[in-house]
Each structure stands twice: as structure tokens, then as C-alpha cells.
Design a protein around this ligand. Structure first.
Ligand SMILES: [Zn+2]
Length: 651
């Protein structure tokens, strides 16, 4: 691919004036949701597949200030149908917006207050629930309920304290199950799960520091004992800027480890966009000229090409359109992030605004079956000069034209600088365009829920939940559970800390054995195809209950226990214990014990059958000991014990 510039990879973050702010959202494991009594657990895919969806359209509602939000307008123009699945065990009429919300969940409020106390945040006198416009359909109401609990505070850090702007409680959005150009399907199980949102000021100055602060906030939330665990229960958003750039929002970083990578990739993109702007200005590019480029039908040219996908699209009623991007030669091929070029940015816009699959641009040609002679014809039709580029979209005419209008605007913006965007984090740490940033006009008061006074009683309750520091928690684990420093530290930093404490508390199992499950056995189990991270709390409770029933268990036993419970979810605790016991070999005295108890249990039957009782008892015993001891020994013992029993009976 042709590229006019190379964006440097080694960056001095101080030099470029990097500023990062974090927004951490943590789901709470409260007894009920924020505004109704449904539980905070998600249902399985198999449960969802039986449900019939409710369908809704949303309109771009005006805020009380009368403005239509840009982000809302963006979603509205996509005209998609929203479909909602209501799992009966995890949603009710409140989630469907057919019943008013119940009063705010006190347990969630107290947890947020505890965090506020821990970081010296100023607690508000009254908590006011607000409505924040959300029009992507992820809330059935068209808004998300959110309430600020405290303002200010700080997180201590070796690079200097990071200020906290606010602590809020919010309802989580519905869970996206699938989407296409015409519709989006959501499950309402996640809607209304309480979230604590902690936002920091943009005081973070390096990618590594961002990770460190996010981890500190995450641990603090977990140390309240009220945080949900598992994939998707904590979501990290960030905003960042460098000198000369607007503030960019990046949503949905699910893994802590990815935070530095996302910042590095995004910074490269911003630097690249500044370099592109400077080069365009140097070449004499004009916003006016770019904005007035006509969209030209090039179907007649491309129908002669050997491009499969273009020919297929035309066959299905599509047409090919193109625009010229004056002075953009080599710019669409500039790599802004790993494997993402300026052309990819254009494709993101075309996809998000017009729903087209992609674009083709001149920096990647010849390619896609478009050869030199096709290019020559395109260049002449578009009146391309040496430093110009062009972009092609093939789709239904109105869609393709819409896509090129958006691409044209995005190219014009490149001459001005960096657009203010909300972006999403990809799994590899790169980011993609999601939508324009919402304006300030998106909050208004929730009239269905009265304000809640933060009383001294509430504060007192919150004091019991104030999270300790990491050091305090580690020494507590060493003292109370008699664990080594290493093991205690591993557990405290893991997601399983709260669960560990619950299980030791409820079942009285040996803490050292249980700790192994979450630390040293983790990798071994993964090798055997068991991902501890995917097990539910209920499964862990079952495992602990089995450990308790079996008494003293070894590390090997623990592996067998997890395997048995995981692979046989239908088994009750008793059945699992039985199955595990039956996997162990038994000796002759244990066997004799078992035979005696069986004969006693079936005494009447044995008496009736007399000398013929052997087959009957033998069958019963073999069912329990098959594979654990030699059958000949079993036969001998059964015979001896029966003879002795029948003899005793006669005397
Ligand atoms: Zn509900």
C-alpha cells in the first residue's frame, strides 16, 4: 500500500502533552437491580433462544433545552428497529418501561457512599436521579438513569495524585445480542444492574500510569465485597488528548492489560492525523474544494473489471460510485494504528453512517480485481491529477451515495484537523470510530423517582463497607486464613477474593485448599479445558460443598472435584460426592463394611431368598464398586458375609 508518511512508533508522552482521564464502570452484586426487584444475574443463550422479542422504534427526542443531540441524531438517521428479549427470571415490566421504576436500591447507594468515604470525595446532601439520553436502543426508555453521589476526591499515585471528578450510580444498559443494518436485538437481563461509575480528571500522563490507576480503582471497588466478577462486569472507558487535539472518548476496554496498548495506538492515530493535516495544507488542499466534489457514477467502467465483489454487487442491483479527494494521494494508505490506515477511518464512517460494508480507495489499487487499465479509465472519468486520490463505494445507489457524502465530509475534516469522536476499543488495542461525541444537552431530571436524602444513618452504614488498602487486605488474609504472603497477595489481586471469603465462611473448608483453586490450579484446569473464569458462583458453591462433604482433600482430589462438578452439572452435591468416592479404589475392609451394611439394609429380602441371595447382593455391591476392586474378591467377601449372616439368623 502506498503511504505518503510514516507515523513514528516511539513517542515521548511528556513531549506530546498526553492527558488521560478514566471512567470506570463496575457492576454490583447487589440482591436486586437498581430500580426493581429482579436479580442481577444474566441468563444463558439457550434461555434467550426461546423468547419472542418485543419490537420498538425510538425517536430522537429533544432535551428540555430544545436541542437535538448530535449522537441521538446519528442513531435516529439509521432508522433501525430495536428488539427486546425479556428473560422472565431476570427482567420485569420495569425493564420494559411498562411500569414505573421502584425507589433506588439502597445497597447500591451505600456501596457508592463507601467508595466516596475511602477517597475523600464530597458526598452530596441529596441524590437526584437524572435521565441521560441514550438512543442506540440499549435502554427501552431512550435514556439511562444516573445519579451523582459524590464529587471530588483523589487516588494516590507515585506520579502524583489523580483527582476524582465524580462518583455516580447508574443502571446498566441492555445486553446486545445481535445486530444488522435494519435491527438490533437486546436482552433485558443486564438492563438495570447497578453500576458504580468513577470518573477521574485528565491527570494521567502515561499509558502505564493509566493502567495502574484503573487497577487501584478496580481493587477498591472489589474490596467493598459488592462487585460482580467475570467478563464484562467491569468496563473501562477513557478520554485522552495530546497537544493540538480535541478530547477523544474511547469506550469499552474490558481488560486492564489492554489500557496502555489502547492509549499507545490512539496517540499514534492523533499524531498521524496532525501529520496528515500538515501535509495536506502544504500541498494546498482546500476544504471548500473537497466538500464540493461531485459523486460520480462509475458503474460502466467497473462492470468491465474482473473484480468479483464489484460484479456481484452490481448483479444484485448495486451501482458503483466514486469521488475524487484532491491532494490526498498516498494519504489514504497512511498507517495510523496497527493495520489500520486513514482509509480504514473512512470505511468506519461509511459503515456507521450509511451501513455499507466497505470502501475501496486509490492507495490500495491495483487490487480487488481492479487493474491498471480500469484505474486509467477511473482517473480520466474523475479528472484525477498526480497528487489526487479517489474512493469507490459499490452498493444500492442511495446507500452508496450516502456513504460517499460521509467520506467526503471526513476527508474535508482531515484538512482542518482531528474530529471530536467517540470511539470503541478493539480486542487488539486499536480503536474504531463509533459516533460523534454527544453534546451537553443530554441530561434532564428523572421525575418518577424522588430525591434521596443522604442521612447520617446511611453514612454510618457505608462506613462498614469502606474498602481497606491493598496492604491491609493482604495482611488480613495472612492472619485470618493462615496463607503465605504470596498466596494472600495473589488472591487479593484476583477477582475471586470476595467469593473466596464467602466460601470459607459458608462451608468452613480449608482456606489453603480453596486458595489453590483460584491460584496454582488455575492453569492446570485451563489445560484440561476448564476455564475457572467462566464458572458461575453457583458452581463454586457446589464445589465448596463437595469439598466439605469429602473432608480432608488433597490437591489431586481438588482437580477431580472440579472436573466432576464442571462436567456433570446435573449432579446434586450428594451425587457428585458419591461419584467422586466411587472413582477411588477401596480395600477389603472397606468392602466388607459395605457388604455388611447392604445385607442389613436388605435383611428381609436376604432372608426370603436364603441361599439364593448371593446374586442379589452381589449385583447391588458391584454397582457401587465396579472398577475399584477385583470382582473375585467381591464374590468371596459377599459369600463369607452372607453365610455368616444366615448362620447368625438360624441361631
Ligand atoms: Zn425488573
Amino acid at each position: 500500500m502506498k503511504a505518503a508518511i510514516t507515523v513514528p512508533k516511539n513517542i515521548d508522552y511528556k513531549d506530546i502533552g498526553l492527558k488521560v482521564g478514566l471512567e470506570i464502570h463496575q457492576q454490583l452484586n447487589t440482591r436486586a437491580k437498581l430500580f426493581c426487584n429482579c436479580p442481577v444475574s444474566l441468563v444463558s443463550d439457550s434461555t434467550l433462544s426461546h423468547l419472542i422479542p418485543y419490537e420498538r422504534f425510538l425517536r430522537a427526542t429533544k432535551s428540555e433545552l430544545g436541542e437535538v443531540d448530535t449522537a441521538a441524531a446519528f442513531e435516529f438517521q439509521r432508522q433501525r428497529v430495536f428488539k427486546y428479549l425479556l428473560p422472565p427470571t431476570a427482567s420485569c415490566l420495569v425493564e420494559l418501561d411498562e411500569e414505573p421504576p421502584h425507589p433506588l436500591n439502597k445497597e447500591a447507594l451505600i456501596t457508592a457512599l463507601a467508595i466516596a468515604l475511602a477517597i475523600d470525595s464530597f458526598i452530596v446532601d441529596e441524590v437526584h436521579v437524572m435521565r441521560k439520553i441514550v438512543i442506540d436502543g440499549s435502554n427501552t426508555t431512550g435514556f439511562q438513569r444516573t445519579a451523582i453521589v459524590a464529587l471530588g476526591g483523589h487516588i494516590a499515585d507515585e506520579n502524583g495524585d489523580v483527582r476524582v471528578q465524580s462518583i455516580a450510580i447508574e443502571e446498566d444498559a441492555a445486553r446486545k445480542i445481535s445486530e444488522d443494518v435494519t435491527s438490533v436485538t437486546y436482552s433485558l437481563d443486564r438492563l438495570g444492574i447497578p453500576l458504580i461509575e468513577i470518573s477521574t480528571a485528565p491527570d494521567i500522563t502515561t499509558p502505564v500510569q493509566a493502567r495502574r490507576i484503573a487497577e487501584k480503582i478496580g481493587l477498591m471497588l472489589r474490596f467493598t465485597g459488592k462487585a460482580k466478577r467475570g467478563i464484562g462486569t467491569i468496563r473501562q472507558d477513557l478520554n485522552l488528548s495530546i497537544s493540538g487535539s480535541p478530547k477523544i472518548e474511547i469506550k469499552g476496554i474490558q481488560k486492564l492489560e489492554l489500557i496502555p496498548k489502547v492509549i499507545e495506538e490512539e496517540v499514534r492515530r492523533l499524531i498521524g492525523l496532525i501529520m496528515i493535516r500538515d501535509l495536506l495544507i502544504e500541498r494546498g488542499a482546500s476544504v471548500e474544494e473537497m466538500k464540493t466534489q461531485p459523486i460520480i457514477d462509475v458503474t460502466d467502467i467497473l462492470i468491465k473489471s474482473s473484480s468479483r465483489f464489484i460484479l456481484n454487487a452490481i448483479k444484485e442491483g448495486g451501482k458503483a460510485y466514486a469521488i475524487k479527494a484532491p491532494k490526498f494521494d498516498g494519504i489514504l494508505g497512511v498507517e495510523l494504528q496497527t493495520n489500520r490506515r486513514f482509509g480504514t477511518e473512512l470505511a468506519d464512517y461509511a459503515r456507521q453512517w450509511a451501513g455499507v460494508k466497505g470502501i475501496v480507495h486509490s492507495d490500495e489499487l491495483p487490487g480487488y480485481g481492479i487493474n491498471e487499465s480500469d484505474i486509467k479509465e477511473l482517473r480520466s472519468a474523475l479528472e484525477i491529477k498526480n497528487s489526487d486520490a479517489f474512493i469507490i463505494v459499490v452498493d444500492r445507489p442511495e446507500k452508496a451515495k450516502r456513504a460517499l457524502e460521509v467520506v467526503r465530509d471526513r476527508c474535508a475534516m482531515a484538512i482542518i484537523g482531528i474530529p471530536k469522536e467517540t470511539r470503541a476499543a478493539n480486542d487488539d488495542g486499536t480503536t474504531r470510530y463509533m459516533r460523534p461525541q454527544p453534546g451537553a444537552a443530554r441530561m434532564y431530571p428523572e421525575t418518577d423517582i424522588p430525591p434521596i436524602r443522604v442521612t447520617s444513618e446511611l453514612i454510618e452504614e457505608a462506613k462498614n463497607l469502606v474498602p481497606p488498602t491493598v496492604e491491609e487486605k493482604v495482611s488480613y488474609f495472612i492472619k485470618v486464613y493462615n496463607l503465605s504472603f504470596e498466596l494472600a497477595k495473589q488472591l487479593v489481586y484476583s477477582e475471586y477474593m470476595t467469593l473466596f471469603e464467602q466460601l470459607v465462611g459458608s462451608y468452613g473448608v480449608n482456606p489453603k485448599i480453596l486458595a489453590m483453586l483460584f491460584t496454582s490450579l488455575y492453569g492446570e484446569l485451563k489445560k484440561n479445558g476448564i476455564d475457572i473464569d467462566l464458572l458461575s458462583d453457583a458452581t463454586f458453591h457446589k464445589i465448596a460443598s463437595v469439598i466439605k462433604s469429602l473432608g480432608d482433600v488433597s490437591k489431586d482430589d481438588l482437580l477431580v472435584i472440579v472436573e466432576t462438578v464442571y462436567r456433570n452439572p446435573q449432579l446434586s452435591v450428594e451425587e457428585a460426592v458419591f461419584q467422586i468416592k466411587s472413582q477411588k479404589t477401596i480395600d477389603v475392609s472397606e468392602l466388607r463394611e459395605l457388604v455388611r451394611s447392604k445385607i442389613t439394609a436388605f435383611a428381609d429380602e436376604v432372608k426370603k431368598r436364603g441361599d439364593k441371595a448371593f446374586q442379589f447382593i452381589m449385583g447391588k455391591i458391584m454397582n457401587e464398586v465396579r472398577g475399584r476392586i477385583d470382582g473375585k474378591i467381591v464374590a468371596k467377601v459377599v459369600k463369607e458375609e452372607l453365610e455368616s449372616f444366615l448362620k447368625d439368623m438360624k441361631t
